[in-house]
Design a binder for this molecule. Structure first.
Ligand code: SF4
Length: 356
């Protein structure tokens, strides 16, 4: 086992210096974020759900809008699920929206009162529970995510290879818990997350302005760039083909088959569908990454659009089951996934499509 703290330095002195430097920096430099204005339990819960797997700058406009539509637990708990999904559309990982509403229902009916209670709420894992319990109730539980792992691995100059993110979190948790300022748990956790997000970043850490650089072993030993070490994960590539059927100013969409059936997407161009068309023209392609897979999404349009006496009736055949035409003017009323909404706008703006 490595000795993490510095030679001739007692852990208690180290802890004290670490907490003092971190909290002083955070009090002076914390970002002005909307959930930090007049903070409330509800704002903390909503922001923590939105920030799961999504960056702060993406969350900001959604959070402001959400607070106007659903200003408290009661409003969110009693809203139709369609309205909740619609307000969430574009943020991705839609199970979070359902879980957030179910958690709001718990807060209305039988409010959780501790970290342990929170762990029984839908969509709340140990990280989210620690963040909410410490920020809202000052419960002394350290948050540990990728940002916190990176800060701690560098501070202690941890040189072993992490085989996974989960293994890194297992390593970091006792260290984070020991460093936690138990009297100011919420603000300490926020400060740790903030430091990892804006100063101790993965590619270009700003060590020069880091409040804890004198305590950071990787900084002293010039190993910041290679710390932490992770096993490189295998990367997969997949291609997804889709159809663009625009006729009478209405676009054919189908319910999402990835997790949430109430989201709409451009229909998949399955082999079964492909054989129905004699000629297909590529309209658009885009790439996106989800976890360790890069997806190339290619959108095709039948060319010409309506040959062989095909009409809108044709798309009611069993192979298009569930699909429906949505007028372009009404697309804003439909819960589309964020990437699909962007692609549709791009394709319409490019104007290379055949009109049916
Ligand atoms: S000194 Fe650099 S590497 Fe160390 S914690 Fe600060 S930003 Fe991260």
């Amino acid at each position: 086992m490595q000795t993490f703290y510095l030679r001739n330095e007692k852990m208690s002195d180290f802890e004290h210096s670490f907490r003092h430097a971190l909290l002083q920096w955070f009090r002076q430099s914390a970002r002005d974020l909307p959930w930090r204005h007049n903070p409330s339990l509800y704002k903390t819960v909503v922001s923590e759900f939105m920030l799961q797997q999504t960056q702060v700058k993406t969350v900001l406009p959604y959070f402001e809008r959400w607070m106007k539509i659903f200003p408290n637990f009661e409003a969110l708990a009693s809203a139709p699920v369609e309205a909740v999904l619609h307000a969430w559309a574009g943020l991705g990982y839609y199970a979070r929206a359902r879980h957030l509403q179910q958690t709001a229902q718990r807060f209305v009916q039988n409010p959780p009162r501790s970290y342990r209670d929170l762990l029984t709420c839908p969509g709340v894992g140990s990280y989210t529970a620690a963040a909410i319990a410490s920020i809202a109730w000052n419960e002394p539980i350290a948050v540990v995510d990728g940002n916190v792992v990176r800060v701690l691995a560098r501070v202690f100059n941890y040189s072993e290879i992490f085989t996974s993110k989960a293994a890194a979190i297992v390593w970091a948790t006792p260290h984070a818990q020991r460093l936690l300022d138990k009297k100011h748990s919420g603000i300490f956790n926020e400060a740790m997350m903030e430091l990892g997000a804006v100063v101790c970043t993965p590619m270009a850490p700003d060590c020069k302005h880091c409040p804890i650089r004198t305590l950071c072993k990787a900084f002293r030993e010039h190993t910041v760039e290679i710390c932490p070490h992770f096993h490189s994960t295998p990367h997969f590539k997949k291609t997804v083909n889709r159809l663009w059927i625009l006729t009478n100013e209405a676009l054919l969409l189908e319910p999402s088959r990835i997790g949430n059936k109430q989201l709409w997407e451009l229909p998949k161009l399955t082999e079964e569908r492909k054989v129905q068309f004699s000629n297909l023209k590529e309209l658009f392609r885009a790439k996106r990454s989800i976890t360790n897979t890069t997806y190339t999404e290619v959108v095709y349009q039948p060319h010409p659009l309506m040959n062989e006496n095909r009409s809108e009736m044709f798309f009611e055949a069993p192979i298009f089951e569930g699909c429906r035409f949505v007028p372009i003017a009404e697309l804003h009323t439909v819960a589309l996934s964020g990437p699909h909404r962007r692609w549709i706008v791009r394709i319409l703006e490019d104007g290379n499509t055949d009109k049916g």
